[in-house]
Ligand binder design. Structure first.
Ligand code: PHE
Length: 456
């Protein structure tokens, strides 16, 4: 069969646009908000090492597999999976994997938009000067006021989803392509500026010590699960996003090399964000690095508020976070939209509106879990914690595991050979080895240990 060069949605103009788009998807709240606090509460260095190992040996191979499926199918994940399953004469149940990804994408988008809304609102809080000179208690009060104000949360959630629709509506070339090619350079530029600022004004050496010193005794099976869940989340694996983006990848581009570049950018951004955040946190007395989810929204404002010119830098920091979240969220919306456009013959605007509204309504659950529903629990979680746990710790590992097994054992070898053309045979062997043995074993073991640890 001649390889299709393009599907009905078009393609990225170049490999570089794919790299920017995939990096945009990968770099998000996971790198800037979650990674620093998860690393912080798991003791720093040893956790970072496990995280990087998970990215390289498990994340990258699975991500390559996912991109390969997308590129071969040249359709939305649901339909791409269906085609590949029938081309490989495999059991039809494998095609549910596409659905699993799309459902995970909608669930994640629903809470992602709420948290991204916090970042948007903090651009204004910082820029307006109300947080000048606040201490830890006052910053916590300000953050709690935001969380206890459903109307404000819904307002920012709506603004954020509108921004996403505005991009995805434009299609692959003029919407997503133009957005990532504009946003990513801005993101790198701001991050670099903040790195320089934190190097001269923050406690940089304490941050380096914290992120790179090995506290092996703080590493539990739970933190290994968190490291792997985080590696998958940050690479956007298992949620249809990367498969959808793969469908628009130029046929000539090497999947292996391209994904290594994306993984490198993603890890670099996580570590640089960690260095920026912790050098600023350590420069201010009395702030805990293991502050949890409040690290970015409570500890950082205190730190920024106490530095000369800090509020302006703080506002720029939250612009950075918002851009990162925006370029990720569009990759969650795209696979859903592409599916509706393909199957229901809908135009992009309608398809966008449908999924944005679904994510918005589901997102209300997250909004309320911080205020009027904070007393209600689902399996011992608030609604938001439940969604976070369900997606990052259950759906992602399961979907990653199935992708590894599917490409490792089930997909027709001819498909793999045609997509991985030009890959060094030894590297291909290594890749296959990871998909067949290493990834399934590691994901399976860590997944079960983590569940046991959580519910025992
Ligand atoms: N990778 C993104 C982050 O680190 C989250 C994401 C997951 C985005 C899945 C798209 C798809 O924040």
């Amino acid at each position: 069969m001649a390889l299709q060069q393009k599907g009905m949605h078009g393609a990225w103009v170049s490999r570089w646009t794919f790299i920017m788009a995939a990096t945009g998807s990968a770099v998000g709240l996971g790198n800037m908000w979650k990674f620093p606090y998860v690393a912080g509460s798991n003791g720093g260095g040893a956790f970072v090492l496990v995280y990087l190992a998970c990215i390289l040996f498990i994340g990258v191979p699975v991500m390559m597999a996912e991109v390969m499926l997308g590129r071969h199918g040249r359709k939305s994940p649901v339909n791409a999976m269906r085609d590949i399953v029938s081309e490989s004469s495999a059991n039809l149940r494998w095609s549910y994997l596409g659905w699993l990804g799309v459902v995970a994408a909608v669930l994640i988008l629903s809470f992602y938009a709420v948290i991204a809304g916090w970042a948007l609102s903090y651009i204004i809080e910082m820029g307006s000067g109300v947080l000048k000179g606040v201490d830890g208690d006052a910053a916590a009060v300000a953050f709690n006021q935001l969380l206890n104000n459903p109307a404000k949360l819904v307002f920012w959630q709506t603004v954020f989803l509108t921004l996403c629709v505005a991009v995805v509506m434009g299609g692959v070339k003029k919407g997503l392509g133009v957005a990532v090619e504009t946003l990513m350079p801005i993101l790198f530029f701001i991050l670099f500026g903040l790195l320089v600022f934190s190097f001269f004004r923050g406690n940089f050496s304490a941050a380096v010590d914290f992120l790179f010193s090995f506290n092996l005794d703080q590493l539990t099976s739970r933190s290994v699960l968190e490291a792997m869940g985080q590696a998958f989340f940050t690479l956007s694996i298992g949620m249809a996003a990367i498969m959808a983006y793969g469908a628009y990848m130029p046929q000539k581009a090497s999947i292996g090399k391209t994904i290594l570049i994306v993984a490198f950018f993603d890890s670099a951004v996580a570590i640089i964000s960690g260095l920026v955040i912790f050098s600023i946190v350590f420069a201010t007395q009395g702030i805990e690095p293991g502050a949890g989810p409040g690290l970015m929204f409570i500890s950082l404002p205190v730190a920024f508020g106490s530095m000369p010119g800090g509020l302006l830098i703080g506002a720029i920091f939250f612009i950075l976070v918002s851009i990162a979240a925006w370029s990720s969220a569009i990759s969650l919306l795209e696979p859903c939209v592409a599916w509706l456009v393909e199957t229901k013959n809908m135009d992009r605007f309608q398809a966008n509106m449908i999924f944005a509204v679904i994510a918005w309504i589901l997102g209300l659950g997250t909004v309320f879990s911080f205020n009027i529903w904070s007393g209600y629990q689902l399996f011992g979680f608030t609604f938001f914690d439940f969604l976070d746990f369900l997606t990052a710790n259950i759906m992602l590992p399961v979907s990653g595991l199935l992708i590894a097994l599917f490409v490792g054992y089930v997909v027709d070898k001819k498909i793999i050979a045609s997509e991985m053309l030009g890959m060094h045979p030894k590297v291909q062997l290594l890749w296959q080895y990871s998909l067949r043995y290493l990834a399934p074993f590691a994901i399976g073991a860590v997944f079960i240990m983590g569940l046991y640890d959580r519910f025992s």
